[in-house]
Design a protein around this ligand. Structure first.
Ligand SMILES: NC(=O)c1ccc[n+]([C@@H]2O[C@H](COP(=O)([O-])OP(=O)(O)OC[C@H]3O[C@@H](n4cnc5c(N)ncnc54)[C@H](OP(=O)(O)O)[C@@H]3O)[C@@H](O)[C@H]2O)c1
Length: 282
């Protein structure tokens, strides 16, 4: 019986690395992208064991249609894993973000996860239930200034992951979160210049070095392979952890997010920001 793995957002970055990782291990991947150039490139690179679906996760109709079009493929095998990976990062002070920017961030990183999960649940349930892995972020447990919309989307995704885990437990479906820190992917370049519109606001002096810091985080990011290894653990462990942090210093992240009092963290962040060169903008 064919073993299927569905991954959203496989055109670049972590999604692309996951596609490659599971494809090499013999799985048939159902991968989503949102433009036709990516469809052509992927079907050429992976002529077998890849079904590419093209839709924007914000569009409920095309998302539904795309999955309906492969009902016959899915019914021939078993959906072992759904990886909700597609995501964007919208930087900027919460005060300045438009309604549309805030909505776009939540729609892509959060609401689409529920839409896609619910569409695929019938294929994950059964005698040998599949698993769900959500690509969250350390921003799901740690709030950083000027990444408010992103942090809120990932905190809410952490909550959604936990609720699904508790609700779907009775079907034997395990739901796990992966929380990466900076990973070397295209997401960083996509944000170069995105903070420029806020230079003329009262926050401007804190954001002047944003592009340099984005480039630095990109250069120092871990390879996407590290996320693949964590996903593999979450997928294959008999009793997976509820979440896997993928970071150079996971214990520091655990300490500052779970142990350090919030008021202490506020003061550390305020001091860091006043130095003007340390705040990580995404
Ligand atoms: N890189 C990091 O440092 C890092 C750290 C923590 C968590 N993450 C998370 O990892 C996930 C993957 O990010 P990445 O770093 O691999 O970034 P990436 O290279 O930019 O990949 C993002 C993927 O999501 C797709 N996508 C974005 N918006 C979409 C939409 N509206 N409809 C359909 N597909 C859409 C992109 O498609 P297009 O190519 O068409 O844009 C792309 O395939 C995200 O959830 C992100 O929050 C990343």
């Amino acid at each position: 019986m064919t073993k299927f793995i569905c991954i959203t957002g496989v055109s670049t970055g972590i999604g692309r690395a996951l596609l490659d990782f599971f494809h090499q291990r013999g799985y048939h991947i159902i991968g989503s992208v949102r433009n036709n150039d990516s469809v052509t490139e992927l079907t050429t690179t992976y002529p077998e064991k890849l079904t590419v679906l093209c839709f924007d996760v914000r569009n409920q109709e095309t998302t539904k249609k795309a999955f309906s079009s492969i009902e016959n493929i899915l019914s021939q095998g078993k959906l072992d894993l759904l990886i909700n990976n597609a995501g964007i990062a919208v930087p900027g002070p919460l005060e300045c973000l438009t309604e549309e920017q805030f909505e776009e961030q939540l729609d892509i990183n959060l609401k689409s996860v529920r839409r896609i999960t619910n569409l695929l649940l019938p294929y994950l349930k059964g005698d040998n239930p599949g698993r769900i892995i959500n690509i969250s972020s350390v921003s799901g447990i740690l709030n950083t200034p000027f990444m408010g919309a992103y942090c809120i989307s990932k905190h809410a995704l952490e909550s959604m992951t936990e609720i699904y885990r508790r609700e779907l437990g009775m079907f034997g479906i395990k739901v796990v979160s992966i929380l990466p820190g900076p990973i070397k992917t295209e997401i960083w370049k996509k944000n170069i210049g995105k903070l420029n519109p806020y230079f003329d606001t009262p926050y401007g002096h804190l954001l002047k070095n944003a592009d340099k810091l984005i480039e630095k985080s990109d250069a120092q990011g871990l390879p996407a392979e590290r996320v693949c290894q964590a996903v593999w653990k979450a997928f294959t462990s008999r009793n997976p952890k509820t979440g896997y942090i993928v970071h150079k210093s996971p214990n520091v992240i655990r300490f500052i997010s779970r142990v350090l009092p919030s008021l202490w963290l506020d003061s550390i962040m305020a001091k860091t920001m006043s130095k003007g060169d340390k705040i990580r903008p995404i």
